[in-house]
Design a protein around this ligand. Structure first.
Ligand code: SF4
Ligand code: SF4
Length: 306
């Protein structure tokens, strides 16, 4: 199995991932404890956290799984079109689930490779950051984002449950944050980072832009700034991310539609453009909720007019 694990990791790196490791199957009690604490402290946010318990029931949900293979991809290499900078958060711009993304095939191809090796495979459904941490691939910042050395927090964690018994790796990293740093906490406009390593999802601008029940509390909405979809503030201000963005590679499909993603264009977006172009790339806002895009864009335009 050592040989198989070595082959898997080598294949992952050759495919373009920047890290790959293995974690044993577990029900992740520390993740469950964190959810328990969040619900206890913020009962009003319980409906948001409750579905996440599913990720802790791996043995029950996927009884055939024996290991989790976890891979890291990075997106700091990509160019951010000027039209969307500061409006749409980077992670969503470079989403590898979009078939046009060059990394879509890398992620899918790796699952195909594991199947060719004779493994049963299921993608995702585990607490990704915790798994990557346990595999020694990342450390967790006080803003709750996963950091991977020179790639900063501009990474995605991709997980694959497999039925092969592989030697698990061990966590090596402790917190990457200097003990007295609280830059991200102070910079968060909505106070969502309530204490180090604890983010209140129901206050996070990312959630407020795409999932929060409408209308959003006026006070909170007033703090959402220019973000139309997602928010990067606590990552952008973080010294661990200083000089980590390369931004050289252009994604043609994104460059070509960037003019449709400005607040000005989004206010006027009709259903055809939404259905054919915007929704396939940014699907956290449901197809039936074009109004939310209009509303987010209007908020930003109001700010621009001030
Ligand atoms: S993503 Fe934005 S709103 Fe959410 S915790 Fe970070 S700074 Fe705060
Ligand atoms: S801003 Fe400071 S405290 Fe926050 S994640 Fe970065 S290093 Fe850690």
């Amino acid at each position: 199995m050592e040989k198989l694990k070595k082959e898997i990791i080598e294949y992952a790196i050759k495919s373009g991932f920047v890290g790959c490791g293995v974690v044993g199957i577990d029900d992740f009690p520390e993740y469950k404890n964190a959810l328990d604490a969040l619900i206890k402290n913020f009962p009003e946010a319980e409906p948001l956290y409750r579905p996440m318990y599913n990720r802790t029931l791996i043995k029950e949900r996927v009884p055939w799984a024996r290991s989790v293979i976890v891979c890291l991809r990075y997106y700091r290499k990509y160019h951010i079109p000027a039209q969307v900078r500061g409006y749409i958060a980077r992670n969503y711009l470079f989403d590898c689930r979009v078939p046009q993304s060059p990394e879509y095939l890398m992620v899918k191809g790796f699952a195909d490779y594991l199947r060719e090796k004779g493994m049963r495979v299921r993608k995702g459904g585990v607490p990704d950051r915790l798994v990557a941490y346990r595999a020694g691939l990342v450390s967790i910042g006080k803003n709750s984002f996963a950091y991977a050395g020179k790639y900063g927090s501009w990474i995605n964690i991709i997980t694959y449950l497999v039925d092969a018994e592989l030697e698990p790796d061990v966590a090596v990293a402790t917190s990457p944050c200097p003990p007295d740093c609280r830059i991200c906490m102070d910079a968060c406009p909505t106070g969502a980072i309530v204490r180090p390593y604890t983010v209140r999802m129901d206050r996070c601008i990312a959630y407020l832009t795409y999932s929060a029940p409408l209308p959003i509390d006026e006070k909170l909405e007033g703090k959402m700034g220019r973000w139309v979809y997602g928010c990067d503030i606590c990552q952008e201000v973080c010294p661990l991310n200083k000089d980590t963005w390369e931004g050289k590679e252009k994604l043609l499909y994104l460059e070509e539609i960037a003019h449709l993603l400005t607040p000005d264009a989004l206010i006027k977006m009709d259903m055809k453009i939404y259905q054919d172009i915007v929704y396939p790339l940014f699907s956290y806002i449901p197809l039936g909720d074009i109004e939310r895009w209009h509303r987010n864009a209007e908020r930003v335009m109001r700010l621009s007019a001030i």
